[in-house]
Structures are given as structure tokens and as C-alpha cells.
Design a binder for this molecule. Structure first.
Ligand SMILES: *Cc1c(COP(=O)(O)O)cnc(C)c1O
Length: 400
């Protein structure tokens, strides 16, 4: 870390390519006995180098915007035939780009979107493969901002309405019913809700079959969570449990199983390295002020998320209770509150762990701060995959 920081500065995102690929392999092996496709959810970390890394090992992609499709086209154009396109608000331009690019399937989130897709497909004379993203109405324990599988959420189509929509689409020559999809939320720690959702989708499949509609694929979405607190996370056991829950509920379905993991593949492969600028005492509180801030990693501010923080070099001495904060003018700009950490001095480096997912991807330029550089470690080699932003980058779009 020190060598990387000497070369590339701080704040710095550092990712392990080996760990990302290990995680991908876990999913691929757990589903190896059936036709399957692991579609990495690009929004978790959309670095081009990471997309290329995953595509080279056969991964597909789950995208939620035309911009993410452009990323796949830039990083791994051959993988476009393994792209599924989710999202509640697709524009005409985005749909047209996806149709022309030849993606695998659209995950359609409303009746109006299905009509729009049919119209664009007819206009471009390009058949559209689609899956209805159904809302299975299952509750999954997670932060309310990232729970999506209940009827009250904006996502998906009420599963009770899906049958009628598939029947309606069957008469349209520009629409091909490829599959059915669901995504019940993110950072879900238990396998049980995935099985429950799959069971409901299984019932829909049986109804469809009775209506003469045979779907080729089920897309079970993403959402498998990690443990942000523990050093001893058993990823193979988690994947095995998850795959078992899906497989059990799938029983009898001979088609293809798609999954869309994001966080599980990249979160624990990444750290955000920051330098401590100052140690400030105020009343009974001690603040470690770092050169990274909420604009670089917003998860603590946005989701009350926990990230383990470790000094890159440990010093001898008694641990202290501290707040780790950034320099941004917001009280919400913190990484940890009342955290017990070993002694830390100004100039020391801190690593914020498990920051590979929804870290850089949700970063911003708030407070006119330049976003961090990113480094990918592959075996014994490390290379820059995104240079640090410059002031020229930031000012370029502005007009005086
Ligand atoms: C965000 C998202 C994912 C990935 O979720 P993770 O929790 O990162 O696995 C997958 N599918 C869809 C439709 C999403 O919106």
C-alpha cells in the first residue's frame, strides 16, 4: 500500500483482481451443473478494467443505463450478447442503442415500457428479447434504501399481472419472451428470501406453461450480501447456501439461470486508502481528519454503512476511541464514529476496507474535490486503471 501511495497518491482505491475472479468462479462453479450466466451488475463498480477482467472469464453484465452499455461496449464489445438491461426508466435513445447493439435481453419493469420496447423494436425492425421483471412481494431484511422486492417499491411488475402481459406480448412479432426476472434488493444476508422469490416465480412459470408460453430463462437478480464487520467471511459457504436456495426452488426448470451479483464480486476486493491530515481534539472527542471524504465513499453517510478501518502501519500503544471524518462541509461526512482504533498520528495511512462496491461508483466532485485514482493489483503486479482527476477535467464542461 505504501509503495502504491508513493506512486499514485491518496486518496486511492486499490482492488484485487484475483479476489474478484475467485468470487466469479464461486458462482460459476455453484451453477455449473445447469445452463447459467453470471451477469455482473455494472453499477457496483463500473471501472473498464474490471469489466474487461470479468468478461474475459465469461461473465455477462447487468446494466441499468445506456451509459453502462457504452462502458461494456468500450471494455468488452464481444460481451454485449451477454448483457441484460434492467432499470425502471429507459429512454428511447437507450432502448435503441441496446437494440442496435444486440444485447441478450431487456428486463422490462412496466406495461408502458413493454409497449415502448415493442414500438422501438418494430421501428428498428429488430426483434427484442425481453424478461418481465416481476415484483415477487417478498421482504428481505436490509437497509430500506436498497430493499426493492415489495409491491410498495417502484421496481418491477406485480407478479399477479405478469401472466396477462406475457399473453399480450405473445401476439407481437417484434417481442420475444425470453425469460422472467426479479431482484429483491441489495446486501441481503440470508439465502431464504431468494428461495421464496424463486418459488413464486416458479408458480408463474407453471401458469405460463399452461398458457403455451415456454420461457428460456429465469434471472434471479443480485443482492447477495457480504459481512462488513467480520474478518472471517466464508464466501464459498455463502455462495453454496445461495445457490442451494435457488436450485431447490427451481426444481424441474430446465432453462437457463441468470444471476446478477454486484457487491458480492467486488466489495471485499477493494480498499480506499487515505492519509490522516490532522488529529483534532474537541471536548471529549478525537477526530482523525483524512484526505478522503464522503464524496469518495458515501456509503456511511447514505446507508449508515460500516467499513472496517485499519492503519496501514501499526504503532505501538493503547487504542483510542475516535471519529474518522473527511474535510467536506457536512456533519454527515464521516467514515466511522466512536471507533476503537490503534494510535494514529498525522501523516499515517488508513485503509477503509470492503470499499470495492458502491464506492468509486457513487463518488462525486462535491466540494470541487478531484475523484481518486484507481489501481488494480493482479498477482504481484499493480497498474493504474484510472488516473486521478485534474482540475482541467472538472472545469472542462463549464461555460463562463
Ligand atoms: C443493483 C442491482 C444488482 C446488484 O445488486 P448487488 O446487491 O450489488 O448484488 C443486480 N440487479 C439489479 C437489477 C440491480 O438494480
Amino acid at each position: 500500500m505504501e509503495a502504491l501511495v508513493r506512486k499514485f497518491g491518496t486518496p486511492l482505491y486499490v482492488y484485487s483482481a484475483d479476489q474478484i475472479l475467485e468470487r466469479l468462479t464461486l458462482f460459476q462453479q455453484a451453477l455449473a451443473h445447469r445452463a447459467h450466466l453470471v451477469c455482473y451488475a455494472v453499477k457496483a463498480n463500473s471501472a473498464l478494467a474490471i469489466l474487461r477482467l470479468l468478461a474475459a472469464r465469461g461473465a455477462g453484465f447487468d446494466i441499468v443505463s445506456g451509459g453502462e452499455l457504452e462502458r461494456v461496449l468500450a471494455a468488452a464489445p464481444d460481451a454485449v450478447s451477454r448483457v441484460v438491461y434492467s432499470g425502471v426508466g429507459k429512454t428511447v435513445a437507450e432502448i435503441d442503442l441496446a437494440l442496435r447493439s444486440g444485447i441478450l435481453a431487456f428486463n422490462v419493469e412496466s406495461e408502458a415500457e413493454l409497449d415502448l420496447l415493442a414500438a422501438r423494436a418494430a421501428k428498428l425492425r429488430t426483434p427484442a428479447r425481453f424478461a418481465l421483471r416481476v415484483n415477487p412481494d417478498v421482504f428481505a431484511e436490509t437497509h430500506p434504501y436498497i430493499s426493492t422486492g415489495l409491491r410498495q417499491h417502484k421496481f418491477g411488475i406485480d407478479i399477479r399481472k405478469a401472466l396477462a402481459l406475457y399473453r399480450g406480448a405473445a401476439g407481437n412479432r417484434w417481442l420475444q419472451a425470453y425469460g422472467v426476472s426479479f431482484h429483491i434488493g441489495s446486501q441481503i444476508r440470508s439465502a431464504e428470501p431468494f428461495g421464496a422469490a424463486m418459488q413464486r416465480v416458479g408458480k408463474l412459470l407453471a401458469q405460463l406453461r399452461r398458457s403455451g408460453i415456454e420461457l428460456q430463462a429465469i434471472d434471479a437478480g443480485g443482492g447477495l450480501g457480504i459481512d462488513y464487520h467480520s474478518e472471517h467471511f466464508d464466501a464459498p459457504a455463502k455462495v453454496a447456501e445461495y445457490a442451494a436456495a435457488l436450485n431447490q426452488a427451481l426444481d424441474g426448470f430446465a432453462g437457463r439461470l441468470l444471476i446478477e451479483p454486484g457487491r458480492f464480486l467486488v466489495a471485499q476486493a477493494g480498499a480506499l486508502v487515505a492519509r490522516v491530515l490532522q488529529v483534532k481534539r474537541s471536548g471529549s472527542k478525537t477526530f482523525l481528519i483524512t484526505d478522503a471524504a464522503m464524496n469518495d465513499l458515501i456509503r456511511p453517510a447514505l446507508y449508515q454503512a460500516h467499513h472496517e478501518i485499519v492503519p496501514v502501519q501499526t504503532r505501538a500503544g493503547k487504542p483510542r476511541i475516535v471519529d474518522v471524518v473527511g474535510p467536506v462541509c457536512e456533519t454527515g461526512d464521516f467514515f466511522a464514529r466512536d471507533r476503537k482504533l490503534p494510535p494514529i498520528e498525522p501523516g499515517d495511512l488508513l485503509a477503509l476496507l470492503d470499499a470495492g462496491a458502491y464506492g468509486m461508483a457513487q463518488s462525486s466532485n462535491y466540494n470541487t474535490r478531484l475523484r481518486p485514482a484507481e489501481v488494480l493489483v493482479e498477482g504481484a503486479r499493480a497498474r493504474l486503471i484510472r488516473r486521478r482527476e485534474t482540475m482541467a477535467d472538472l472545469l472542462a464542461p463549464e461555460i463562463l
